[in-house]
Design a binder for this molecule. Structure first.
Ligand SMILES: [Cu+2]
Length: 333
């Protein structure tokens, strides 16, 4: 059984900025029927795209008729202790996708694109400052625009198969006391749905008052959250979550931001992480086969839904379920 502790110290370093979002649990209903479970992401066969340092401008116009180009513009930014990625698309059709990346932050950032997966091993190395190559750990890496300096841009093409993907910065930073942190934990992760057969349908970008989420197995032993939409309408948003897995899981919703402090504390203590407000822990210990439903009031912005339960590996080390794949970003508008 998991024990739980309220993390009061340094649990939310961006609290002052994020407090304005004001999450409130407004209702609780128990749903009787199961949630919809659509297939998870399928592996991508796309090769790692070569990063080229170039301004993020449109390709020269040609007179020959071409298929409509699919472009995702991504930017890195920093605010308080949070590092963020913003993208102008939440869903794109499978096929060729061009990623334009602009670093609007004050330090070097990068963007990698890959199917949502278990990144516990890579995170464990990077969090303690070990130099690890993302390509050795991330499966199906589709884009790697690395070491992009402030104010610089870069672009890369990828061919993406249908599935749920993650855009993330894997840069490592150093605190004044010499300890290191992962940009990944500072908020620089973003979900991108690639629609098509075997993956999400185009309805994944349809704004709704309710989001149905299935907790299920993902690629390569990962654990994923499979939502039916990534866009909520501001106001009362109902989350109906079904646990299709073999162990209990938690489910929290929070405005995207720095969670490095709570994660470090949870990994050290081995106790499940309860994010401080404005995060809302909607469900705790949702049992296998169960469905539960709750409504929260959300204002416009980018949010994360994730499980912050902490479990132990056979070797005694700890991991956060979020890092096993149980993390999805979504927008409220
Ligand atoms: Cu979990």
């Amino acid at each position: 059984m998991h024990t739980r502790s309220q993390l009061s110290q340094g649990a939310w370093s961006g609290a002052s900025r994020l407090a304005a979002v004001g999450l409130t649990v407004v209702a609780l209903t128990i749903a009787a029927c199961g949630g919809s479970a659509t297939p998870g992401p399928s592996p991508t066969d796309a090769a790692v795209a070569k990063a080229t340092l170039a301004p993020a401008t449109a390709a020269p116009a040609t007179t020959a008729p071409t298929a409509t180009a699919v472009v995702v513009n991504v930017e890195a930014s920093q605010a308080d202790s949070s590092f963020l990625l913003k993208a102008d698309q939440i869903a794109v059709p499978a096929g060729k996708v061009t990623f334009n990346f602009k670093n609007n932050g004050t330090m070097t950032h990068e963007v990698l694109v890959y199917p949502v997966q278990d990144v516990t091993k890579l995170l464990a190395l990077k969090r303690n400052g070990t130099d690890a190559d993302e390509k050795d750990f991330i499966k199906g890496l589709a884009v790697g625009l690395l070491d992009i300096e402030p104010a610089k841009s870069a672009t890369a093409d990828a061919t993406l198969a249908p599935g749920l993907y993650e855009l993330a910065c894997w840069a490592v930073g150093k605190n004044p006391d010499g300890t290191t942190y992962e940009h990944y934990d500072k908020g620089q992760t973003l979900t991108l749905a690639v629609t098509g057969p075997g993956g999400p349908g185009t309805s994944i970008a349809t704004a709704a008052n309710a989001i149905n989420v299935a907790m299920q197995d993902g690629l390569n032993g990962s654990w994923i959250l499979n939502p039916d939409t990534l866009v909520a309408i501001a106001g009362d948003v109902t989350f109906k979550v079904t646990n299709n897995m073999k162990i209990n899981h938690d489910f929290a919703v929070y405005p995207i931001g720095d969670v490095s402090g709570p994660i470090a504390a949870g990994l050290t203590s081995g106790q499940d992480i309860d994010l401080a407000a404005p995060a809302v822990g909607l469900f705790q210990d949702l049992a296998p086969g169960k469905t539960d439903s709750k409504t929260v009031k959300l204002s416009p912005g980018t949010y994360v839904m994730a499980c912050f339960m902490v479990s132990r590996n056979p070797d005694g080390t700890t991991f956060v379920h979020r890092d096993m794949g149980q993390r999805i970003t979504f927008i409220v508008k």
